[in-house]
Design a binder for this molecule. Structure first.
Ligand code: NAD
Ligand code: UDX
Length: 480
């Protein structure tokens, strides 16, 4: 029986290994982590992450061929294939601070593998890493190899949160990069055999190591660039009376462009896009490619611009101040169907509103009060100028109220902002919400999920990203 061990039981390691275990009943899969609470949660009925369909997959395999453990060394030493899926955040200190990937966790995992291994291993990079990381990892592993042979593969993960199980069941592609030597090709084949249990062969792409590592950064940069392009266009739509949804529909019908991933929004968030583009920028700079670095920087700059623009729009519409006003915030996660708040645009928007002395009442179906308070009080790192920005002050955070119901959040509010596209926000009783709000009642739809015309009929003043502006909002542009 082939034994797989995955180091890192996070958003990627957990779901990915659960699906491998489900699809390959003859493979024993163990996911290990240094975090005791995380492993305890994976072994309980309350999994540490919310992901549609994940509970069922875990329930079917846990205790059969899927295990979660904190005994990292034992399972690493027994495994044939070791996936490394630890976090690789942006460095906040030292060389490359603000851009480079922090490989501390990766390096410590690699050193541990080198220390405990007693048999040959295939080590798979599942984390997103800078190009050429495999070379560094190889050096760590073989430095004190005790005659043990290691093959390093790059097998980046393309799942998106909220649709992880669907993405893993039916991936657009699986990418495996390896050495072009006979041993390297053998290792690629061994990993291919695992995925071939459920992924059609023509969707399994094999490349050299550096292409696989770079493809992951490139894919995320291309995806994020689409959103920044659309969001940049949304500002122009508002200025001209065009409608970004109509523009994107027309543009996306071009089969060379395609219609997916063209939704204007308050900005992209998540743990990957900004981090991976910064990583790409750093690699470009290290290679003397300043113009290329500047090109990708602009994708993040437009994203920051979009978040600021949203806050400015709220403040300027509400008579140029939100001081003391109650603003209901619907949604805090970085997208629907996840409780993840890493780099969520909600943090910047809420801090912007708190900076203008608003009172916030926040409701998200999957994010806890503790998490929201932690996020708003967290030092934020300025990627463009490596300094820590001031988080919301303790007195500002006192103006935040977290509730478990949209009607409670919006009661007596002056304005409502939608920051996550949760389906349940589409079917709320907006007449009831309007009746219980202060007047004039404003709605700022940062995800374009609501029907603006219907809301206007009720009496709301509505702002939707990139849509023709209400006369009220047009007038306030000159006031702002
Ligand atoms: P995560 O923070 O949710 O999980 C990482 C886990 O690794 C944590 O539980 C941590 O305790 C554990 N860990 C760290 N060092 C360890 C060590 N030495 N030994 C054992 N465990 C250790 O991160 P994530 O979101 O799962 O991302 C993991 C990697 O996958 C990152 O490189 C990320 O860029 C990449 N990725 C993420 C996504 C996503 O949607 N989240 C998608 C594709 C790729
Ligand atoms: C992303 C990549 O999609 C995935 O392939 C990679 O493996 C990890 O990074 P994720 O961050 O989980 O996945 O979610 P994604 O669906 O890409 O959304 C990222 C952000 O972009 C979210 O804040 C989302 O709301 C926003 N977004 C997405 C838009 O604003 N408009 C869109 O059209 C699509």
């Amino acid at each position: 029986m082939v034994k797989i061990c995955c180091i890192g039981a996070g958003y990627v390691g957990g779901p990915t290994m659960a699906v491998i275990a489900l699809k390959c009943p003859k493979i024993e899969v163990t996911v290990v982590d240094i975090s005791v609470p995380r492993i305890t949660a994976w072994n309980s009925d309350q999994l540490p992450i919310y992901e549609p369909g994940l509970d069922e997959v875990v329930k079917q395999c846990r205790g059969k061929n899927l295990f979660f453990s904190t005994d990292v060394e034992k399972h690493v030493s027994e495994a044939d294939i070791i996936f490394v899926s630890v976090n690789t955040p942006t460095k906040t200190q030292g060389l490359g601070a603000g851009k480079a990937a922090d490989l501390t966790y990766w390096e410590s995992a690699a050193r541990m593998i080198a220390n405990v291994s007693k048999s040959d291993k295939i080590v798979v990079e599942k984390s997103t890493v800078p190009v050429k990381t495999a070379e560094a990892i190889e050096k760590i592993l073989t430095h004190n190899s005790k005659e043990i042979k290691y093959q390093i593969l790059s097998n980046p993960e393309f799942l998106a949160e909220g649709t992880a199980i669907q993405d893993l069941f039916n991936p657009d592609r699986v990418l495996i990069g390896g050495r072009e030597t006979p041993d390297g090709q053998k290792a690629i084949q061994a990993l291919k055999d695992v995925y071939a249990h459920w992924v059609p062969e023509d969707r399994i792409i094999t490349t050299n190591l550096w292409s696989a590592e770079l493809s992951k950064l490139a894919a995320n940069a291309f995806l994020a660039q689409r959103i920044s392009s659309v969001n940049a266009m949304s500002a122009l739509c508002e200025a001209t009376g065009a409608d970004v949804t109509q523009v994107c529909h027309a543009v996306g019908k071009d089969s060379r462009i395609g219609s997916r991933f063209l939704n204007a929004s308050v900005g992209f968030g998540g743990s990957c896009f900004q981090k991976d583009i910064l990583n790409l920028i750093y690699i470009c700079e290290c290679n003397g490619l300043t113009e290329v670095a500047n090109y990708w920087k602009q994708v993040i700059k437009v994203n920051d611009y979009q978040k600021n623009r949203f806050v400015n729009r709220i403040v300027s519409s509400m008579f140029n101040t939100v001081s003391g006003k109650k603003i209901a915030v619907l949604g805090f996660a970085f997208k629907k169907d996840t409780g993840d708040t890493r780099e969520t645009p909600a943090i910047d928007v809420c801090n912007g509103l708190l900076g203008d002395k608003a009172r916030l009442s926040i409701y998200d179906p999957q994010v806890t009060e503790d998490q929201i308070r932690r996020d708003l009080s967290m030092n934020k790192f300025d990627w463009d100028h490596p300094i820590h920005l001031q988080p919301a002050s303790p007195s500002a955070v006192k103006r935040v109220n977290v509730v478990w119901d949209a009607y409670q959040a919006t009661k007596d509010a002056h304005g409502v902002c939608i920051l996550t596209e949760w389906d349940e926000y589409k079917t709320l009783d907006y007449q009831r919400i309007y009746d219980n709000m202060q007047k004039p009642a404003f709605i700022f739809d940062g995800r374009n999920i609501l029907d603006g015309a219907k809301l206007r009929e009720i009496g709301f003043i509505v702002y939707s990203i990139g849509k023709p502006l209400d006369p009220w909002l047009k007038d306030t542009i000159s006031m702002a």
